[in-house]
Write a protein that binds this ligand. Structure first.
Ligand SMILES: Cc1cc2nc3c(=O)[nH]c(=O)nc-3n(C[C@H](O)[C@H](O)[C@H](O)COP(=O)(O)OP(=O)(O)OC[C@H]3O[C@@H](n4cnc5c(N)ncnc54)[C@H](O)[C@@H]3O)c2cc1C
Length: 544
């Protein structure tokens, strides 16, 4: 702590105007409050340092890695959306905040968008859409670019685009010695591969050059319905088999509050909790295809003393065929939203609210709608594992797991909100990504072959710092139970997705053996002193 305070004071004179000390409370708190979860905000560095250019990053890294600064630890932050504490921040250390590296340059031929890591996906989508184009990025507007792309990236376009990182054509990187290099298929191709899912282990990415493609029209929003768990899970499994549908992405999420009283974030006053009662079971089903993308929620909740923003309705009996037909029948045009709202009466119980819940829109539009639902103001542990898709065993596993989640959730501290979220990671998606960008860091071909997977992500939202250890203990036990059950039912899978893993999960340790050895070799070659293993302790490390 003493060393890092001293380093911060020293940095003020070396980098005038770029260091924000904790003592400068207002400016410091502006950055501190950009961390998404309250547990990430619990960590406070001695100072933030804000580079404005790649050259600034280079000078800062060179400064922090000189022999007399070798004891100094630092963190790298882009959007600060990592759920867990300490991935992109460092208690008492120096945190490099990349938010000023927010350039978005679109090449004249509209093939490449050059994007700074400090951007949020909402801004990126809006900029590329002005040119009639799209890129594969995060599904909520506020999510940061740097962390999503160095960790992988699940997107609206994954069925045909792979992981978002597969669409990176070039990385501009600052290495541990402060040098600035490009990494692409021709220059430093091994570093290029390592940065696609290898996290912050090799350098600081100062620019991502992304593959652009013509902007598709998407239907999106939030649809609310009740008690359709079995159908939703059958539908999920159907949509998770590579050969079933070439362009559909289905995801199902269930919020299963186990207490009769729970807390939610006030819809009108950000970061202020309100009391909810009778919150039962909620499932969010999302579908994205060339014809449509929609979300469905099963919920029964009322905010005490104020109108709930969550409505109640039912979904059609034959959810998959009816909704698919409905979305396919919608036409683009000026009156589409009105038509859609009118047509919704033909679907019993379907609630369409133009502009708010549903819109024929674009990635920016949907990311905005979904982003507005991603409140902050609570602590969260979010952890995951994957299971194999089998036509017969997967749906019963997910049913049993959801029941287990509900019964085990009752053991969580009062006012916790557990949720469980399933989404496909098909072999078709992985092949598509490799066809665009070549191999990435995860080594999934070697590890998984052609297995279709469903990612199981569990979130526990909680309110009091003192409950953190209990929640982590619960998370570890529940993960063990969930994985054991998967093995028993023959659907276990070894790999974990970095961006949906909690800090206690050794996410990179689950990559394929060849991939792990490859990544260690790249670290030794490009960072021989191990700066990004030792001086940058945050994030998932290579275990060297
Ligand atoms: C509301 C919400 C929605 C989400 N939606 C999605 C989604 O649709 N798809 C998906 O895949 N994930 C999603 N995520 C997870 C998200 O991908 C990760 O949290 C990701 O790390 C966020 O990126 P960030 O820039 O905000 O990360 P940060 O928290 O700033 O950083 C994450 C990690 O990356 C490192 N890092 C950041 N920038 C750089 C850089 N330039 N160079 C080297 N290392 C760097 C940091 O050191 C840190 O270890 C979501 C998260 C939230 C909270």
């Amino acid at each position: 702590m003493r060393i890092d305070n001293f380093q911060c004071s020293k940095a003020v004179s070396v980098f005038p105007g770029k260091v924000i000390l904790k003592a400068n409370t207002a400016a410091f708190m502006v950055i501190q409050n950009t961390y998404w979860s309250d547990n990430a905000r619990d960590i406070e560095p001695a100072c933030f340092i804000q580079p404005k250019t790649t050259q600034d990053v280079s000078k800062i890294v060179a400064h922090l890695t000189t022999p007399d600064n070798i004891e100094c630890r630092f963190a790298i932050k882009s959007g600060g959306h990592t759920f867990w504490a300490g991935a992109a921040n460092l208690q008492g250390g120096i945190t490099m905040d990349l938010s000023k590296l927010n350039q978005i340059d679109i090449a004249a031929d509209k093939k490449i968008a050059k994007i700074g890591p400090g951007n949020r996906w909402g801004a990126v989508f809006e900029a590329v859409e002005k040119e009639g184009m799209a890129v594969a990025g995060g599904r909520m507007s506020s999510v940061g670019v740097g962390g999503l792309l160095t960790g992988g990236g699940l997107s609206f376009f994954q069925p045909f685009g792979g992981f978002s990182c597969d669409g990176i054509l070039n990385h501009e990187v600052v290495l541990a010695n402060g040098s600035i290099v490009n990494a692409n298929r021709n220059e430093n191709p091994d570093l290029h591969r390592a940065l696609k899912g290898g996290g912050n282990n090799f350098g600081i990415v100062t620019r991502f050059d992304l593959h652009m493609f013509p902007k598709p029209k998407l239907w999106g929003g939030i649809f609310l319905a009740m008690d359709q768990r079995k159908k939703a899970l059958d539908w999920l499994v159907e949509g998770s088999i590579s050969n079933n549908d070439t362009n559909t992405m289905v995801a199902v999420s269930m919020l299963t509050p186990t207490t009769t009283l729970s807390l939610a974030v006030d819809p009108d006053v950000n970061r202020q909790p309100v009391l909810m009662e009778k919150a039962n079971e909620m499932a969010v089903i999302t579908n994205r295809s060339m014809a449509g993308w929609f979300g469905t929620a099963v919920v029964n909740s009322t905010a005490v003393g104020r109108p709930s923003r969550i409505g109640i309705s039912g979904i059609p009996t034959s959810i998959y065929t009816t909704m698919k037909a409905f979305f396919s029948s919608l036409k683009d045009g000026p009156n589409t939203l009105t038509t859609a709202a009118t047509n919704s009466s033909s679907l019993p119980g379907m609630q369409l609210q133009p502009g708010k819940f549903y819109a024929l829109t674009s990635p920016a539009g949907i990311a905005g709608i979904l982003g507005s639902a991603a409140e902050t103001g609570f602590r969260l542990h979010f952890f995951s594992w994957n299971i194999k898709v089998s036509k017969t065993a997967t749906a019963p596993y997910l049913e049993a797991l959801t029941d287990l989640h509900k019964s085990e959730g009752a053991k969580l501290p009062l006012f916790s909100n557990p949720s469980i979220f399933f989404q496909p990671i098909t072999s078709r998606m992985r092949h598509a990504g490799e066809a665009i960008g070549g191999p990435n860091a995860m080594g999934l071909k070697e590890l998984l072959g052609d297995d279709d997977l469903i990612l199981v992500a569990v979130g526990v939202r909680y309110w009091f710092k003192s409950d953190g250890d209990k929640v982590v203990k619960w998370a570890k036990e529940f993960t063990k139970m969930g994985k054991n059950m998967a093995e028993e039912k023959g659907v276990g899978s070894p790999w974990q997705y970095v961006n949906y893993s909690d800090g206690w999960q050794d996410a990179m340790g689950t990559y394929g053996k060849e991939a792990r050895e490859f990544l260690k070799g790249i670290s030794r070659r490009y960072d021989p002193r191990g700066t990004f293993q030792k001086q940058v302790p945050g994030g998932f490390k290579l275990g060297m």
